[in-house]
Design a protein around this ligand. Sequence first.
Ligand SMILES: Nc1ncnc2c1ncn2[C@@H]1O[C@H](COP(=O)(O)OP(=O)(O)OP(=O)(O)O)[C@@H](O)[C@H]1O
Length: 451
Amino acid sequence: MKRIVLTCLSILLIPVAWQLLSWQMAQPQLIPSFPDLIRALLRLVYTPGFLVSIGTTCLRACVGLLLSLAAAAITAFLLNRSEGIRLLFMPWLSLLRSVPVISFILLALIFLNPEMIPLLIAFLTMYPLLTENLLKGLMNRRDSWKILARQFHLNAWNRLFQINYPQLKPYLFSGLASAVGFGWRAIIMGEVLSQCVDGIGKRMKEAQVFIDVPELIAWTLVAIVLSWLTDKLISRLSDWQPSVRYRHSAVELQTVSLQPNDICLTDVSYSYGVHHMNIILKAGKIYVLSAPSGQGKTTLLQLLNGTLRPISGEISCLPGQTANLFQEPTLLPQLTAKENIMLGGAAYYDRAILEQQSLRLLVAFQLEKQAEMYPAALSYGQQQRVALARALMFPAGLLLLDEPFNGLDVELRQLVARFLVEWQQEKQATVVFSSHHADEIKAMNAEVITL
Ligand SMILES: Nc1ncnc2c1ncn2[C@@H]1O[C@H](COP(=O)(O)OP(=O)(O)OP(=O)(O)O)[C@@H](O)[C@H]1O
């Protein structure tokens, strides 16, 4: 409330200050009174061609924005792929951003058709800003989200709109807001100087030539309102988040190899964590990796789920797909707890099955009240249980759980352990989990693998 009052007060002060200035200067031709300004604005609105002039400038802005956004997206993608190209191109981008807009306009006036100038200026102003922001967004994407998308076999739509878009969004919209702000002013400047056929800038120039100050200010007001509306539109667009796409009908799971086999690790080594390891994991049994911190439990689980490949030795009969609980919950912040769980099976089941299964897991893990809450509002232990439920949604014969009882109290640990045993017996899956606690190992009746 206080914010609205102060904003209104600040806006109201502008006409008051203008009116005081007008009285003080006493030159109505140069500094018209506020009522004269309003009259000029109304006259302008009813002038034939008013909307055409606005439409022309807006069209130039839209085309300029779309072209620079497309070019920026392609450039950022290429720069993100290759460090060599990035090092070569970055100085050019910095140069482009540092050149004053007026230099572009003056040069373009020599070489180009006046109609092209505002568009070119819009492009040159917006392109570097958008490219830099998109590149930052692409480079700051989290590897853990990429692994999550791969492990849960997310389709192209979900990868784009649940994994990549939410990470790029802050950079994209911050780039768009500044690019549109600068671009809008640059287009009008380009229209003023290039004397193109129509546009807000062209009308401003005419008003200036005839020393029609009220009309010049009225056009300026129009430009300000349009810029404000664009800001609002961008802020509305930034709230948009597409929902998860599930399958229309569930996949025939018989076609997916879910039957676990005995998995055999022979002299397996990785560059860190795992050295000359020999283990046999019998199908349909529960194993716990027990070792002090830093002894390679996570590394071994990553070798089993295919995130890492051994540098020597062999892992035979690894199943095509594994269900995974990562050491950190890695929930997607734009999805509720229930949607995060459903995402685990989105590649294989339709919405009805996912709803039903997720409900069972929410109840089993005492998360019913948190179903519609977003991860930011969940405690670590609740996030961990949501992540575990998400892993269980994925159809696989091998379940790999990295510290599934992290952040849970004794009672919850017992509850989760009991449910995992029940689940394992129902699915006849092989389970490998890492743990530091004897009570969980006992509750799961797991065979201990000491690293
Ligand atoms: N990306 C990496 N690069 C180099 N060394 C690594 C990397 N990740 C882990 N290590 C090293 O590998 C060893 C095993 O790490 P790992 O995370 O597998 O242990 P852990 O048993 O799961 O530990 P914790 O119980 O603390 O999770 C550690 O000494 C660690 O420093």
